[in-house]
Design a protein. Sequence first.
Length: 82
Amino acid sequence: MDPVHPGECIRESVEVMGWTVGEAAKRLGVSRAAFSRVLNGRAAVSVEMALALETLCWGSAEFWVRMQGDYDLTLARRARAA
């Protein structure tokens, strides 16, 4: 089973709110480019991003950090097994 990058879940939250990527980035206090990289799975959810997501009531910072860690660990295990 393929792991889900946290950005996919965050993207769903943005869509539910009816926000654009730029609007969500502004509310989070991050650049649109940085937020887009997370949404598209090209960047990890940092601790700072996790805290920002928490301020929007999109789950706890711990949830996002754990989700990112689980994603990274799954990829590392696959790479090691290959």
